[in-house]
Design a protein around this ligand. Structure first.
Ligand code: FAD
Ligand code: FES
Length: 256
């Protein structure tokens, strides 16, 4: 695995809603080796453990990376207080990301809430042949809609309370799409119940599906065993590291 530690200057900083931040940083080394679905371990100054945040967009030409994250606790709060011109200490790229399917005619990215960011770079890999299905609690939580619209063939938004787009879960428009059209692959990231149901639907239609799992992490590189997840094997189950073996797994392997 190739990774680097870089002090990355913040070049853009936006607040997308009351708890969500959108940063672009200059990362000349990491951007060259990063791939969609991988993550970065970002230092929250004064905290021993770095915080894992997915890589949302990679601009290899400009040597830049984009991160979109929600403030959940002290670590992400500290990171969100960094301003343009200041630096983030970033250890990345980590983990095995999504593997875009070569020659796919139609790919679908399915995201839920703060699971949506890593799917933006993934959708971009398909050069306009991806459909995005994005789910949020309500209209105020919607993020990155215009970004997906700019790079996808179609973007469908669902909200749990019906305040925008489809009223209900992402699984409804996903089932409809798979019933209507031939889809070559699904990439999904979001809460575990969403991933479980997306995986079931993918299996029902016989479409390969990759899911990105989220676990609490310590080291982020396979050394501390904090991030174990249950994976199916031919003769039962085993544990793998979400940080090193994942975060992306074939949905058929995951013991939901
Ligand atoms: C591979 C990976 C990629 C991630 N990508 C993103 C991203 O792109 N954007 C984003 O906003 N968040 C992402 N996260 C979640 C993010 O890492 C956590 O929200 C963050 O570490 C919380 O740190 P904190 O110090 O702010 O909160 P803490 O004080 O550590 O915890 C605050 C709350 O957040 C919950 N929490 C902490 N860590 C996690 C976790 N790993 N998963 C779920 N809940 C957690 C805790 O249970 C607690 O309720 C990702 C996590 C992983 C493992
Ligand atoms: S976070 Fe330490 S082994 Fe995965």
């Amino acid at each position: 695995m190739k990774y680097s530690v870089e002090l990355c200057k913040i070049t853009e900083r936006k607040q997308l809603n009351n708890t969500t931040f959108d940063y672009t940083v200059s990362a000349p080394k990491i951007s060259q080796i990063a791939a969609c679905g991988q993550f970065a371990n970002i230092l929250a100054e004064g905290k021993f453990l770095r915080r894992p945040i997915s890589i949302c967009e990679i601009d290899k030409q400009a040597g830049a990376l984009r991160f979109v994250f929600e403030v959940r606790g002290e670590g992400t709060k500290l990171i969100s207080q960094k301003l343009i011109g200041e630096y983030l200490d970033i250890f990345a790229p980590l983990g095995n990301g999504f593997t875009p399917l070569k020659n796919a005619e139609k790919a679908v990215v399915v995201g839920g809430g703060i699971g949506v960011p890593p799917l933006l770079q993934t959708a971009k890999e398909y050069g306009g042949k991806a459909v995005a299905i994005l789910g949020f609690a309500n209209s105020e939580r919607i993020i990155l809609k215009e970004d997906f619209e700019a790079v996808c063939e179609k973007t469908v938004v669902a909200t749990d309370d019906g305040s925008y787009g489809h009223h209900g879960f992402v699984t409804d428009p996903l089932s409809q799409l798979l019933a209507d059209e031939k889809v070559d692959i699904i990439h999904a990231c979001g809460p575990m119940p969403m991933l479980r149901n997306v995986s079931k639907i993918a299996a029902q239609y016989g479409v390969p599906c990759q899911v990105s799992l989220e676990e609490r992490m310590g080291c982020g590189m396979g050394a501390c065993l904090v991030c174990a997840c249950k994976i199916k094997t031919a003769d039962g189950t085993t544990y793998k590291h979400v940080c090193k073996d994942g975060p992306v797994f074939d949905s058929r392997e995951v013991e939901f």
